[in-house]
Design a protein. Structure first.
Length: 697
């Protein structure tokens, strides 16, 4: 039973040599067991023994060359595993006593040399059972079957608990049950450290990057390398990436678990495979974002508890935006708050993501700061940054041109979660500052809102100007004014200036007659809004942000509860929200106090109305020689929305007539708008055009 070494697998120099040496000891034990079995076999020449192995067949097997062993004489006691060998590392990582190592090698032998399968079948008196039974393994290791050795195979024994050895055929008596070494363990001992197939879909590949030197990164590294359970409360600082980089820098390969997959594959088997993988590779486990696992639901909490229990003693880093609940694990984690990155750190992360996307160094802050300006307001983690950078690069490549800021903005918007689309109407901004006609004070308020959104991380985060009380980093504004004065359009312009989309909340999906349902709907909106880079618009906000009243009945009490909930939720909101109302006096004073920017929209004056008429008609519509927009602006006191409606109506009339827009068509459109608004039509306003219009009618 001996061979050369030409077929031995490759790996670290000392690993195969020591493994084959140890398996030679297993070979000697098998030889001895076969000799003893043959010596005590009462009918060695029984013709029915052909269904097993005849003595002659055994002799041929013992004389045939194998695939992994050297010939040799008596070997004596097996040598201990060298510390640098795969077997030595496995022994230390799992805390195995020498007898467990011997049992493991006995069980693994058929996977390395096919002759063991037939010899074990002979010793089992059943050729269909080519793996050792518990009884045979104990016999080969010199342990009595009726003694303490049988407890090496209990559920809590190291070999079984760590998933290094599997006991099969549970319906048989204990000593007759089979033993099997998982393929992943065998592959590891042979020098192959590819991830276990059982973890396919549960682990995702994340490429470690250079470790940051920032203070938050150093705190994360100190906590992670301290071992045990660590929880990173992510406030937008890319906690998952920091955890991966910290583990990699400490020499522990990061195993990044997909939370959704963990929730869909409950039970001890995936956790055991994950713990075994971590110990085999000397790695640490990263789980997050915790929000995807949703531990507030029973199944999510159960999956998290099983993971924490199964990985006890191993580096486990969990990150998310939820507050840690002590019921999620038997031990309390070391908690570290990860603040959002400052402008420099964010620029460095974008540069790294763009460099990976274009396949080489990419200078983010170019001469005119185009890319820096494009990404200044976006709050993305590094995974989203990499996806956005890759999409922007592919978009530009498909068009055969260099990537620009527009590609990057569009790619960032593509990372927005789709959940908010079911609760709000999404608008991709198509207007800019030049499209607005507003008084200077209102325009200043709008630009103040934009600069607050752009610099909130620096002011509220880096400079720590955020007040206490659990307040978020959100920016909220109120646009108050009459209908048609440009409130919604201004919100669209703000979103465009920030490179974001506008989400208009549909109040029909929010307000519910059943108690508690309105709050649930609002919570869903705020939760989904926190996952997108967008501006949230509550149009006609006084419907849900109204004044609290004196409690006279249950309805008043419930309405006040809704208002109190909204007050708290708006304070903890981390996004950008705009409230619009026609009647500011209807809003609760507590809401007003918590707003960052208040813009009062008034009816346009004559100069602004002239600009609105000109903008609304646009440069493409042909204009008749009698068209006098200055006269219209001076006579008709209309809001911007009404002027827009009149311009559209006049354009339709001109299209029907097949000519340019004339004064008569404009006046006709204004008459329709007056009637729609219920306003009096006075001859003093319309002058001679009123009589002409009536005569034409």
């Amino acid at each position: 039973m001996s061979v050369g070494t030409q077929a031995a697998p490759t790996g670290p120099p000392t690993d195969p040599h020591h493994l084959w040496t140890r398996l030679r000891h297993v070979e000697e034990r098998v030889r001895t067991a076969v000799d003893e079995r043959r010596a005590t076999d009462p009918e060695p020449d029984d013709p029915y023994r052909g269904q097993y192995l005849t003595p002659a067949q055994v002799d041929r097997i013992l004389a045939a060359p194998g695939t992994a062993f050297h010939p040799g004489t008596a070997l004596g006691e097996p040598p201990p595993a060298p510390p640098g060998s795969a077997l030595g590392r496995l022994t230390a990582a799992f805390g195995l006593p020498p007898v467990d190592v011997e049992i493991l090698l006995v069980a693994m032998a058929p996977d390395l040399d096919p002759r063991f399968e037939r010899l074990y079948g002979y010793l089992n008196d059943d050729l269909t059972r080519g793996r050792p039974t518990i009884g045979l393994a104990l016999e080969l290791c010199g342990l009595p079957g009726a003694g303490a050795g049988r407890f090496r195979f209990s559920a809590r024994a190291p070999l079984i608990a760590h998933g290094l050895l599997e006991v099969t055929e549970a319906e048989r008596p204990l000593l007759s049950r089979g033993l099997r070494v998982p393929d992943r363990v065998t592959a590891h001992l042979l020098g192959d450290d590819a991830a276990d197939d059982a973890l396919h879909g549960l682990l995702r590949s994340v490429r470690p990057g250079p470790e940051e030197a920032s203070e938050p990164a150093q705190r994360v590294r100190a906590a992670v390398l301290g071992g045990g359970l660590v929880y990173l409360l992510d406030e937008g600082g890319g906690a998952g990436r920091l955890a991966v980089d910290a583990l990699a820098a400490g020499g522990a390969p990061p195993l990044v678990v997909e939370p959704a997959a963990l929730a869909t594959e409950p039970g001890a088997a995936p956790v055991r495979a994950l713990a075994r993988e971590a110990r085999l590779t000397g790695g640490g486990v990263v789980l997050g974002p915790l929000d995807r696992l949703d531990p507030r639901r029973p199944e999510g909490a159960r999956a998290l508890r099983e993971l924490c229990a199964g990985l006890a003693g191993l580096p486990l880093v969990v990150h998310g935006t939820l507050a840690w609940d002590p019921s999620w694990a038997a031990q309390s984690p070391v908690s570290v708050v990860v603040p959002p990155p400052d402008a420099r750190q964010r620029a460095e992360r974008w540069a790294r993501a763009l460099s990976h996307a274009v396949g080489g160094p990419h200078r983010l802050a170019d001469a005119d700061g185009e890319f820096t300006e494009a990404v200044a307001t976006y709050r993305l983690d590094e995974e989203q940054m990499e996806r956005a950078a890759g999409l922007a690069a592919r978009t530009a490549a498909a068009s055969g041109r260099p990537m620009d800021a527009g590609d990057l903005r569009a790619a960032v918007r593509a990372q927005n979660a789709a959940g908010l689309d079911r609760l709000a109407r999404r608008i991709e901004p198509a207007v800019g500052w030049d499209d607005l006609v507003l008084p200077a004070p209102v325009a200043r308020r709008l630009r103040e809102l934009v600069l607050r959104a752009r610099h909130r991380d620096q002011v509220l985060g880096h400079w720590r100007m955020r007040p206490g009380g659990g307040r978020g980093r959100g920016v909220t504004a109120l646009f108050a004014g009459g209908s048609g004065t440009g409130k919604t359009m201004s919100a669209e312009v703000v979103a465009a200036a920030l490179g974001m989309e506008l989400y208009v909340v549909d109040l029909a999906t929010v307000v519910d007659k059943y108690i508690g349902e309105t709050e649930k709907n609002l919570e869903r909106i705020f939760t989904e809004a926190s996952r997108v880079n967008g501006v949230l618009l509550f149009d006609e906000a006084d419907a849900i942000f109204g004044r609290r009243s004196e409690v006279k009945d249950a309805h008043d009490r419930h309405a006040n509860v809704e208002s109190a909930y909204l007050l708290q939720r708006m304070e903890s909101f981390d996004g950008i929200a705009v409230l619009t109302t026609n009647l500011r006096a209807n809003l609760d004073e507590a809401f007003i106090r918590r707003l960052d920017v208040i813009a009062e929209f008034t009816m346009p004056d004559e100069e602004q109305r002239l600009a609105l008429w000109d903008r609304c008609l646009g440069p493409r519509i042909p204009r008749g020689g009698d068209l006098d927009l200055a006269w219209c602006a001076g006579r008709f006191e209309l809001s911007g929305g009404s002027i827009r409606a009149c311009a559209v109506t006049a354009a339709y009339l001109a299209a029907e007539a097949g000519g340019p827009v004339t004064m008569r068509q404009v006046v006709s459109a204004v008459l329709q708008e007056y009637r729609k608004l219920g306003r009096l039509v006075l001859e003093g306003e319309f002058g001679p055009w009123l009589e002409a219009e009536r005569g034409g009618a």
